[in-house]
Design a protein around this ligand. Structure first.
Ligand code: PLP
Length: 436
């Protein structure tokens, strides 16, 4: 597929318009769609639409297709597996792929000692199960999450998620025994990591009590909350407190995992060893798969038959995961993520010199973002952010926003995107900003 942006119609084009009409007639409005068009094929940095337009992909389906949306090893593994068998249910008739994925997770994740995994279908399902396992192991019930956290949209995981609109609004009541404490948001709280950790720990101790707390869950870089990188020292202090207090520390690496940030897992940057790690998104090159991986002692606390599900660790998804992990290693996509950071960060920093509305540039590897603010007050500018993203999309660049205040533009390109496409995509976004 030609790796260039190319618009032959306005967006949406005539075929996309017809599909939009069909969508509106039968698809629930709660599932809203962002790009004003429909995809037909995708490879590396380009998604082609129904009208023949080629769009620059700076989203990777929300950090999923890190190896590209049609990586040869993934395609081949899926085709081969689907022809052999599509499903037996691992709990009924097991197969090698599931075990092989668990072996890879044991090898790659920064968990100490003997490691076990359990496979599921979605990120939210992995988080739900991590909490079940932590409760079973500790005999305690409370779970603490942080301000700006995102952990999913099921009942328990939306309770762990911080932001009301659109994730929680009108969907209560929420799961019990979920507590929220302040995290670390250097651009807005101006606290050093250890200070921010002390503030969080004081609340954990006084408002919940370690003797009631089964788990603390945190994203090493907060994704939907705004690509917030906690100040250095914050994560290690929280992990140490958990260890000293018989509290399971769960690193939610669903968005940060599998080389996205320039390492296999973002926990490695601060050399923390989580008790449990949840993964999904980038794990299987686009196929639905998720995992809870953790210390054997904790994972094995759940009784036989206590964990599972019909589709968890589906053989086709496992084949894709093995193909995807092989691709990441073989093409050194962690290095590619760091190259994306070099190119994008340099470009954004130059733009910031002349445009103070770019308030903060942050992230690691190919998980980079910038906040748009009022330069005098740092007040978030959500309207400007939405206008810039919409204009970029009209120009054929798939740009995502995020953030508790809706004022963050985030870059999550496939790690296989070329430097040229990346800079062109960024150029379109910054052009939209200049004209907004
Ligand atoms: C996307 C995400 C989830 C939820 O994953 P789903 O597959 O959408 O259920 C959970 N945690 C984090 C950090 C995520 O980015």
């Amino acid at each position: 597929m030609e790796q260039t942006r190319h618009l032959v119609t306005e967006l949406p084009g005539p075929k996309a318009r017809q599909l939009m009409e069909r969508q509106q007639a039968v698809v629930a409005r709660g599932v809203s769609t962002m790009m004003p068009t429909f995809a037909v094929r995708a490879h590396d940095g380009i998604i082609e639409d129904v009208d023949g337009n080629r769009l620059i992909d700076l989203a990777a389906g929300i950090a999923v297709t890190s190896v590209g949306a049609s990586a040869p090893k993934v395609v081949e593994a899926v085709q081969q597996q689907v022809a052999e068998f599509t499903h037996t249910c691992f709990m009924v008739t097991p197969y090698e792929g599931y075990v092989a994925v668990a072996e890879k997770l044991a090898e790659l994740t920064p968990v100490l000692g003997p490691v076990r995994s359990a496979l599921f279908n979605s990120g939210a399902e992995a988080v739900e199960n991590a909490v079940k396992i932590a409760r079973s192991y500790t005999g305690k019930q409370a779970v603490a999450a942080f301000d700006h956290a995102y952990h999913g949209r099921t009942s328990l995981t939306m309770s762990l998620t911080a932001k009301s609109m659109p994730y929680k609004h009108s969907f209560g009541p929420f799961a019990p025994e979920v507590y929220r404490v302040p995290g670390s948001y250097p651009y807005r709280d101006q606290l050093e990591g250890p200070q921010a950790a002390a503030r969080a720990i004081e609340q954990l101790e006084t408002q919940i009590g370690a003797e009631n707390l089964a788990a603390v869950i945190m994203e090493p870089i907060q994704g939907e909350g705004g690509f917030i990188v906690p100040a250095a020292g914050f994560l290690p202090a929280i992990v140490q407190w958990c260890r000293e207090n018989d509290v399971v520390f769960i690193a939610d690496e669903i968005q940060t995992g599998f080389a996205r940030t320039g390492r296999w897992f973002a926990s490695e940057y601060e050399e923390i060893a989580p008790d449990l790690i949840t993964t999904a998104k980038g794990i299987a090159g686009g196929m639905p798969l998720s995992a809870v991986t953790g210390r054997a002692e904790i994972m094995d606390a759940a009784h036989p038959s206590g964990l599972g599900g019909t589709y968890g660790g589906n053989p086709v998804a496992c084949a894709a995961a093995l193909g995807s992990m092989e691709t990441i290693a073989e093409h050194d996509l962690a290095a590619a993520a760091l190259q994306i950071e070099r190119v994008a960060r340099g470009y954004l920093e130059r733009a910031q010199e002349t445009d103070p509305r770019i308030g903060d540039i942050r992230g690691r590897g190919a998980m980079l973002a910038f906040e748009l603010v009022n330069p005098e007050t740092r007040a978030p500018d959500a309207a400007l952010t939405a206008a810039v993203a919409a204009a970029a999309r009209q120009a054929g660049v798939i740009a995502l926003t995020c953030g508790t205040y809706g004022n963050v533009i985030r870059l999550l390109p496939p790690l296989t995107i070329s430097d040229d496409l990346l800079t062109e995509g960024l150029g379109v976004i910054l052009d939209a900003l200049a004209h907004a």
